[in-house]
Design a protein around this ligand. Structure first.
Ligand code: SAM
Length: 283
């Protein structure tokens, strides 16, 4: 056992820090909401359970000591914190209705843009990349069935979790993540090795993964024909959602679309027009 209580042979880490105080949690909640939009209200136990092993592992004696490094500007610790506090659950072909709309309505409606040679699609809050790769696979099939296209259709996929972005770029998935995919897609777009499925180069080249915090202004060079932001707003409060939807609206091309999660509500002041459940359009 060494001086901070690490018994490396037995795999025990430092002493368990005391629970976070209510005041510490209130300050952390405010910090996370202001910077990242996530509403942690009522989730103290979840936050503690996601952080405790890390604190012990890194030898922080208390939550206050750990949080001080973050409030003092420790960017690396802040990135680490956000890796732990975000919920990255996702899988291929999640909310299939969107992929049907994409193939049957969105892409046919975009024929002019496609002729012009560019389609701008953004998966905002992409997590491990499953969503962006699924849209890329849809487009491969769509254009293949029409004799190909020179249209630049690379998808921008962004998140605040650096760990999720690394995993997304690696593009390696377990059986559970791809279980909804039809066999011909598995064969066409993945290579299987010892139960792990790696996205092939054809799809990989169609997706660009970047860090972007949805609380910040949207300053990409172009407007989007489709913004997909699903199962992200469920973690935000009403005002944060309203402001985000306004930013999305300004970043959408006229005639472009927004897909949100089916469990999410569109803010009442939104200027998008509802086309069907979880599908909105800027007219
Ligand atoms: C539950 S996942 C949803 C993934 C995918 N869109 C889907 O529907 O399967 C939510 C993702 O939103 C990301 N996220 C949360 N707050 C964010 C923010 N402020 N900016 C960017 N991404 C954020 C999280 O890191 C997480 O990967």
């Amino acid at each position: 056992m060494d001086w901070i209580g690490i018994d490396r042979d037995n795999g025990f880490f430092g002493q368990k820090p005391d629970d976070m105080t209510e005041a510490e949690f209130a300050r952390l909640t405010k910090y996370i909401k202001t910077r990242y939009g996530l509403d942690l209200t009522g989730k103290k136990s979840m936050v503690e359970s996601r952080l405790i092993n890390y604190l012990m592992d890194r030898g922080f004696g208390s939550f206050s000591e750990y949080l001080r490094t973050i409030y003092d500007g420790g960017e690396e610790e802040a990135a680490n914190l956000i890796n732990r506090l975000t919920t990255n659950y996702t899988y291929f072909l999640r909310e299939q209705e969107h992929y049907e709309h994409f193939m049957n309505s969105f892409l046919p409606n975009m024929s002019e843009r496609i002729k012009q040679g560019e389609l701008c699609i953004w998966s905002a809050g992409c997590s491990f990349g499953n969503e962006a790769y699924t849209f890329a696979a849809c487009m491969e099939d769509y254009f293949e069935g029409r004799g190909g296209s020179k249209c630049d259709r690379r998808i921008l996929a962004t998140d605040i979790s650096r760990n999720a972005l690394i995993a997304a770029k690696n593009g390696i998935y377990g059986e559970a993540a791809i279980k909804a995919l039809p066999p011909h897609w598995r064969a066409k777009y993945f290579t299987e090795k010892r139960g792990l499925f790696t996205v092939n180069e054809r799809l990989r080249s169609q997706v660009m993964f970047r860090y972007h915090n949805l609380m910040e202004p949207i300053s990409f060079k172009k407007r989007f024909d489709l913004i997909v932001c699903r199962n992200v707003m469920i973690y935000f409060d009403k005002d944060t959602c309203s402001r985000l939807i306004r930013r999305f609206y300004n970043a959408t091309n006229k005639g472009g679309y927004l897909y949100i999660g089916h469990a999410e509500a569109m803010p009442q002041d939104s200027l998008y027009v509802r086309e069907q459940a979880a599908v909105y359009r800027k007219l």
